[in-house]
Design a protein around this ligand. Structure first.
Ligand SMILES: [Zn+2]
Ligand SMILES: [Zn+2]
Length: 110
């Protein structure tokens, strides 16, 4: 697999892992999530690839209270996908980078 470059500034991206630390059902330790996660040291871009896909999907950090994780209490640890339309609603997908919990959310139109 070739190393992807940042879609925003063109630098090589660095891989990192997001671990699921909750709901381990007695497993020995945190397990990495299935996606491949990337960040850019140059401009701060963050995103992931589904395994087997070349497509980079951008994620962005939520700031302030919106970014605090309701599951583990991490502060500003939540990142969200770009929103999409489904069944008449706008939805996005959030992931906590600290505890690895993902959640599909309905987005309020601002
Ligand atoms: Zn970049
Ligand atoms: Zn969390």
């Amino acid at each position: 697999m070739s190393m992807p470059v940042c879609p925003r500034c063109g630098q090589g991206l660095s891989a990192f892992q997001v671990f699921r630390t909750r709901n381990r059902w007695g497993r020995a330790g945190p397990r990495p999530r299935d996606e491949l996660w990337w960040r850019c040291a140059g401009c701060g871009w963050l995103g992931f690839q589904e395994r087997g896909s070349d497509r980079l999907r951008p994620m962005r950090h939520l700031e302030g209270d919106d970014g605090d994780c309701p599951f583990c209490g991490g502060e500003e640890s939540t990142v969200v996908s770009e929103p999409w339309q489904a069944e008449g609603e706008t939805r996005d997908w959030s992931v906590c980078l600290e505890c690895g919990t993902s959640n599909q959310r309905r987005v309020r139109i601002r």
